[in-house]
Ligand binder design. Structure first.
Ligand SMILES: [Zn+2]
Length: 341
């Protein structure tokens, strides 16, 4: 089994590594990590130089990418598409609106911007194009490619019949009127789901066009947030706008987030989701699991069970969230060692 690891800029430049790329890379090699997924921007902050842009100082991932290649570690740039704390804070009109018409979002860290917001979407796509030109990657990872979605609440909607909690902002309403001729999405719910799915799928379409222009056969991995089975494909379409069946031939890899510890996701839950994903055509699944913050013996057992299950399912790659709990814990490292190729 090959492991890919999510590594965040605040870990790379944080207190422990202080931007010492060699130290990180030696760690990664010891742990037999073969590829890493790294956000190349967060909010409006870029970790790569752009023409005419402001100075990034030492926080430049292009240098890190070069060193990764020297160490035979694949560098996968991640684009957090519709999550942007800076824009959320500075432009209140861009905040998502809930079913009750309130522009509020109950999360301390996740600050979504609505995919119906065309000016924002254009800005984000341009940023992604710049990143693709800069990093020239074979694979990119798209995180938060969905409508504002709260897994803590919505993932547990067992029958999946509830209306999405988000988004009913002015961008959603005006654009939907334009799209369907109907002013109220709640009176035309099927059109509404279709409208949302098209706005989400537009992003991979535009990225595929960008890859074509660069002449490189680049691919996309899209991260799928937690959702309760059964009927996850339909629930994802309704709650998040991720219409996986529409992505066939467009998105090569999906990476469902099976967060064993954060969301207490059981093995049965994973099995059920994996069997639904198998119905999808031409899509490869790279499951993502989280690592426990302070592993108890019970946590380690669950981690090992999940990995054994992925071996049985012949998953050749598993994504790990994230570097810090791995670097900090010898017992977690020991378990992964048993599975690493
Ligand atoms: Zn909206």
């Amino acid at each position: 089994m090959l492991f890919t690891l999510k590594l965040y800029p605040n870990t790379i430049w944080g207190k422990h590594f202080i931007g010492n790329f060699n130290l990180i890379l030696n760690h990664l090699q010891q742990l037999r990590i073969r590829s890493i997924i790294v956000p190349v921007f967060q909010g409006s902050r870029l970790f790569f130089p752009v023409e005419g842009g402001s100075e990034n100082g030492e926080w430049d991932l292009t240098k890190f990418q070069h060193q990764c290649h020297d160490h035979n570690i694949a560098f996968i740039p991640e684009f957090p598409v519709f999550h942007d704390p800076d824009t959320f804070d500075t432009i209140p009109q861009y905040r998502p609106v809930n079913l009750r018409g309130k522009a509020e979002f109950p999360s301390s860290w996740y600050k979504p911007i609505c995919p119906s917001n065309e000016p924002y979407r254009n800005y984000r796509i341009q940023l992604i194009r710049d990143a693709i030109k800069t990093f020239d990657p074979l694979l990119v990872s798209l995180e938060f490619l969905h409508y504002p979605y709260l897994p803590e609440i919505q993932a547990f909607d067992k029958d999946g019949t509830a209306l999405p909690n988000y988004c009913y902002c002015d961008f959603c309403r005006y654009q939907f009127l334009d799209y369907s001729g109907k002013p109220n999405p709640l009176d035309a719910i099927d059109d509404w789901f279709q409208f949302r799915a098209e706005n989400v799928t537009l992003i991979p379409i535009l990225i595929a066009e960008e890859f074509e222009k660069t002449g490189k056969n680049g691919n996309m991995l899209v991260q799928i947030p937690p959702i309760t089975p059964p009927q996850v494909l339909e629930k994802l379409r309704r709650s998040t706008g991720q219409y996986l069946k529409q992505w066939s031939g467009l998105v090569e890899v999906i990476s469902p987030q099976f967060h064993l510890f954060q969301f207490d996701i059981s093995l049965q839950w994973i099995e059920s989701m994996m069997s639904e994903f198998k119905q999808l055509q031409k899509v490869r699944v790279i499951p993502e699991i989280d690592l426990p913050a302070k592993a108890t013996p019970e946590d380690l057992k669950r981690l090992e069970e999940a990995l054994n299950y992925f071996v049985e399912q012949q998953c050749d790659v598993v994504s790990l969230f994230h570097a810090e709990p791995l670097f900090n814990q010898k017992l977690v490292q020991k378990i992964l060692e048993k599975f690493a190729e």
